[in-house]
Write a protein of this length. Structure first.
Length: 420
């Protein structure tokens, strides 16, 4: 039975990232760019760097395992994997997560793409499914690695993370409100042709397109009966670099004729940028990492309306709001989030450039990745054009029993090894 009266929203939210990081202090020490340009000009202090055996699947599986570990998988009927770092032209990355976690078979698994907007499309897709049948749950995974060419303007805005959230009826964290505002316009501000591993971006055009889409989506939201800016406690913006959120908030306030001083904007947005300024851009995950930061910030939000602005270059944007559930703080994962950020090992500039330059073979030849990640899942290698994943250390068990490990398939130790 369709049920519009049952509140639907985000019941659990978490994120994970890679095990390595490059600080902008280290980057500035070699590029000669003033550190203040990174710290203040773009608002970034560090960026997550994937180890050779980490990718969007291993990050997403790590985040998803936490959600499934807390709530079980019995009621999950759909798993949506949102990414613009797709590892296959045909097969959804979520299928590897499904296998690694040993999830039940009666789950539809699909991948969604529209640049950084994909996870918000997934959220709306999930919300509709749960309204139709409030007994079912939808697991949304947003996982991306932002890679630009070395020595390009985009380089300091690289990063990586995976967010996982469970969409349910009567959620513990946030109810998704209606209406939402959407805006679409075809524009070449950022794209990645299939033959490239790094994105192409016209940075200035992407800032303009983002602000143009914000005006369009927020205007649509207001015309459809959405709240005024004064009624929204805090807005989480998509953060390709955290200074972009400042530009966006300034833009909205100015258009509404509200005071838009830099100090006030910095104070309003600080709770939403604490993780992303250390992780870098995580494309689809970025907005949901910003939301996690806000919820974890200690700002009392019970019953408050928070705004979410999602922008995917190319471009599609959406502005929506959510109402924070009283008692939400009992369901947060603040400690795990701090650990994900602080446990990363720093890499030096030379090692970072080596990692950036290395890649998986594209001819299907047998290849073993160097064992590096301390995370629960790893990309062991490639054989016969297939990616081989395995559980890592103590987490091994149910996954190995379900899928067979890559070790069983004889990959590690064979092939060229190193890099990835
Ligand atoms: N101290 C403090 N700030 C400084 C500075 C210094 N020494 N030197 C420069 N800055 C400021 C600039 O004034 C500028 O601020 P502004 O944007 O408010 O004017 C900012 O730092 C960036 O400087 P800029 O010269 O424009 O940098 P850039 O040419 O290296 O490009 C980006 C910056 C963000 C455009 C670039 O990193 C990029 O393209 N990133 C990718 C964007 C993206 O991912 N878009 C797609 C998704 S929306």
């Amino acid at each position: 039975m369709p049920s519009d009266s049952v509140p639907v929203g985000i019941h659990d939210l978490t994120f994970r990232t890679t095990s390595l990081q490059l600080t902008h202090a280290e980057l500035a020490g070699h590029t000669g760019v003033p550190l203040a340009k990174y710290h203040r000009g773009i608002g970034q202090k560090a960026m997550s760097i994937p180890a050779p055996d980490e990718d969007v699947v291993t990050m997403a599986a790590d985040a998803a395992a936490a959600v499934v570990g807390r709530h079980g998988a019995d009621r999950i009927r759909t798993l949506v994997f949102a990414t613009e770092t797709s590892i296959d032209q045909a097969k959804a990355g979520g299928l590897y997560v499904h296998s690694l976690l040993g999830l039940p078979p009666h789950i539809r698994v699909v991948e969604l793409k529209q640049a950084c907007y994909g996870a918000t499309a997934a959220l709306q897709f999930a919300t509709a499914l749960v309204h139709r049948d409030p007994d079912q749950q939808v697991l949304v995974l947003a996982s991306d690695i932002a890679r630009y060419d070395l020595d390009s303007p985009g380089e300091p805005t690289q990063g990586a993370a995976a967010a996982a959230f469970l969409v349910t009826a009567r959620p513990a964290l946030l109810e998704i409100d209606t209406p939402s505002g959407v805006f679409t316009r075809e524009v070449m501000d950022f794209w990645r042709p299939n033959y490239r591993t790094t994105a192409l971006v016209d940075g200035r055009a992407s800032i303009d397109a983002y602000l143009h889409a914000l005006t369009g989506a927020f205007g649509d939201y207001r015309r459809r009966g959405g709240a005024t800016l004064r009624d929204i406690h805090t807005i989480c913006y998509h953060q390709p670099f955290t200074r972009m959120a400042h530009k966006a908030h300034h833009h909205l306030l100015q258009q509404a004729g509200l005071p838009a001083g830099p100090q006030d904007i910095a104070a309003a947005l600080a709770p939403t940028t604490t993780y992303n300024e250390l992780l870098g851009n995580s494309y689809t995950a970025s907005l949901y990492v910003a939301l996690a930061a806000l919820l974890d910030s200690g700002t009392p939000l019970d019953g408050e309306t928070v705004g979410l602005f999602s922008y995917g270059s190319g471009s599609v944007a959406e502005f929506l709001t959510a109402t924070v559930r009283p008692g939400y703080r009992d369901h947060l994962r603040t400690e795990a989030h701090h650990a994900a950020v602080t446990d990363r090992r720093p890499v030096g500039y030379a090692a970072y450039r080596d990692l950036h330059g290395s890649g998986l073979p594209t001819d299907g030849s047998r290849y073993a990745t160097a064992a590096s990640t301390p995370g629960p899942y790893r990309l062991a290698g490639i054989r016969d054009h297939r990616r081989l994943y395995e559980t890592n250390g103590p987490a091994a068990g149910p996954t190995a029993a379900t899928t067979g490990t890559a070790t069983d398939r004889g990959v590690p130790g064979e092939g060229e090894g190193g890099g990835g």
